[in-house]
Design a protein around this ligand. Structure first.
Ligand code: TXA
Ligand code: MG
Length: 360
């Protein structure tokens, strides 16, 4: 299949391109679409065959559910059955963080195909801040199911060029709106009832919307395995769908996700790395000024936020820098500096740990 790459500038009148992309989706085919987090591989969420094509193009196991993208929060009720206990909290979250890099997991309506949720009773939804994704959702008139536009287990693409490398020849259309502004996948939240039966959220996947900010709006609780209290049992009886099957982690959060093809190891930036003779190492440094970065012998070095050390800049560049190291023929093993685990650093360390995990 030939893959067309179309540049789209949302500040120009891009509507004809949105319509063209929506027509491709309506015909059951796939389009790679930019979002503020990473590029998504879009399909019409209401066409099970198109969803099946997503799994095929990504070589993704069918147990890994997809995220539905909506044109606006007003469309939420079309796909989810919002439990009354969560209505106010979800409204507050939507007001505070949509459009933006927040995904909510909520009980699904029957119109949502089982293929989108891998048979789960819940569906993941978000309203992207990217005008191109929202514009196409609007033209299509349906939600767009879109996982990250990479082959399964690979690094998420933050540019159209990276999408081409991953899926070129497998899909008819890639929309190119330049680099993604956030650079890592959305934060996934699951509404739950806390120990007092009050609405709260669990963070299923860390992302650009950091815990510190979520806490300004709602209570954040850790997933727990202890038996339910009486209060919780009563609360659960009031909102069964939402507390049933509560996973400790988002399914698909496999340990060795986001993996480069080369081995990657995490290392303390204040300590020298024990290099083996005859192996070529490439370093991904945070600021580029650590003792580790100063160690002689690197075959290549890159820094995520040169000099200044801003976590937001590092997040935007993380996947692109990982990809470049992976493609650099002079490098055999990638060494990545451990990052401070506050705010966005926690989401980045989550991705790096997965990249460093033994492959399955
Ligand atoms: O930023 C993002 O979220 C990007 C852009 C394209 O929107 N999308 C993305 O999708 O990262 P994907 O498919 O790579 O990750 C979706 C993850 C699944 O792996 C799973 O962990 C979680 O969302 N998920 C989806 N549905 C769920 C559900 N019903 N319950 C729990 N987790 C779910
Ligand atoms: Mg992904």
């Amino acid at each position: 299949m030939e893959t067309q790459v179309l540049e789209v500038d949302p500040l120009e009148d891009a509507r004809s391109i949105y319509q063209q992309a929506a027509a491709v989706l309506a015909s059951g085919q796939l389009v790679a679409i930019p979002t503020e987090t990473v590029y998504g591989l879009g399909a019409d969420a209401f066409q099970p065959e198109a969803l099946a094509a997503v799994f095929a193009a990504k070589e993704r196991p069918a147990f890994d559910p997809l995220i539905l993208h909506l044109a606006s929060a007003r469309h939420l009720d079309e796909v989810v059955e919002l439990p009354e206990v969560f209505r106010d909290m979800v409204q507050q979250l939507a007001d505070a963080f949509w459009p933006g890099p927040m995904t909510l997991v909520l009980p699904k309506k029957p119109v949502v195909p089982d293929l989108a949720t891998s048979g789960l009773p819940t569906v993941a939804v978000r309203v992207s801040a990217h005008p191109v994704m929202r514009g196409i959702c609007k033209e299509l008139g349906h939600p767009i199911a879109a996982p990250s536009a990479n082959r399964f287990g690979h690094i998420s693409p933050t540019s159209a060029e990276a999408v081409s490398k991953e899926l070129g020849g497998r899909i008819p259309l890639i929309l190119d709106a330049g680099a993604c502004s956030e650079g890592i996948e959305s934060t996934i939240l699951l509404p739950v009832l806390d120990e007092k039966g009050q609405p709260a959220v669990q963070i299923l996947r860390q992302g650009p919307l950091v815990k510190e900010r979520i806490r300004e709006v709602v209570r954040v609780v850790k997933p727990k395995k202890a038996p339910l209290s009486r209060q919780e049992r009563e609360a659960k009886a009031a909102a069964p769908a939402a507390t049933e099957k509560t996973p400790a982690l988002a399914p698909g959060q496999l340990k060795s996700h986001y993996a480069p093809t080369k081995p990657l190891v995490l290392h303390n930036p204040r300590q020298a790395f024990p290099m083996e003779a005859g192996t070529a190492y490439g370093l991904i440094s945070y600021k580029g000024d650590s003792p580790l970065a100063g160690q002689p012998g690197w075959a290549a070095t890159a820094s995520l936020s040169p000099g200044s050390g801003r976590l937001a800049e590092a997040a935007v560049r993380l996947f692109a820098v990982m990809r470049r190291m992976d493609e650099n023929p002079a490098v055999q093993v990638i060494v990545a500096e451990e990052l401070p685990e506050t705010g966005l650093g926690a989401a980045m360390m989550d991705r790096l740990r997965r990249a460093a995990a033994p492959r399955n």
